[in-house]
Design a protein around this ligand. Structure first.
Ligand SMILES: Nc1nc2c([nH]c(=O)n2[C@H]2C[C@H](O)[C@@H](COP(=O)(O)OP(=O)(O)OP(=O)(O)O)O2)c(=O)[nH]1
Ligand SMILES: [Mg+2]
Length: 131
């Protein structure tokens, strides 16, 4: 059986050494864990466009500037993900959860204290090494 493989645009929204994270709802894949907002890249859509669309839909911000940060391939067993992670360095609007999800700004130094999906370990390590 071929496993589902999804390409996900993920945004690390950073402002003054703090990063905006949201909690995945219990019924979602990897539910109840913290995440960097984002979602699936749709057919025919660029990663940048997907990122912009997802961040607007999920956390209310309009992305003005983003740059590629890292790419992570991870196999959860039931699902294979390719996380296309981008740093969002310029945006407008107040970041807040538009889908009822819990959200918070967290200091880079404290990221490791939150529970993230396994695929995110590398992101946390790289962010703490670089910022
Ligand atoms: N957005 C996001 N997804 C992550 C992270 N880490 C991680 O393993 N994932 C996985 C969980 C999901 O399997 C997948 C993202 O799918 P999603 O549920 O956000 O997709 P979506 O926003 O398009 O939502 P939907 O179509 O399912 O309603 O990537 C992360 O930091 N952020
Ligand atoms: Mg999403």
């Amino acid at each position: 059986m071929t496993k589902k493989r999804v390409h996900v645009a993920v945004g690390v929204i950073m402002q003054q050494r703090k990063i905006f994270v949201s909690k995945r709802s219990e019924h979602q894949h990897q539910g109840g864990l913290w995440e960097f907002p984002g979602g699936k890249v749709e057919l025919g859509e660029s990663v940048t466009d997907a990122l912009k669309r997802e961040l607007q839909e999920e956390v209310n911000i309009v992305t003005h500037k983003s740059q590629p940060f890292m790419l992570i391939e991870h196999d959860y067993g039931d699902k294979q993900v390719c996380l296309d992670i981008h740093l969002v360095t310029d945006f407008s609007g107040e970041a807040k959860g538009l889908e009822g999800q819990q959200c918070q700004w967290v200091e880079v130094d404290k990221l490791h204290t939150l529970d993230f999906p396994a695929a995110n370990q590398g992101i946390v390590t790289k962010l703490q090494a670089e910022f």
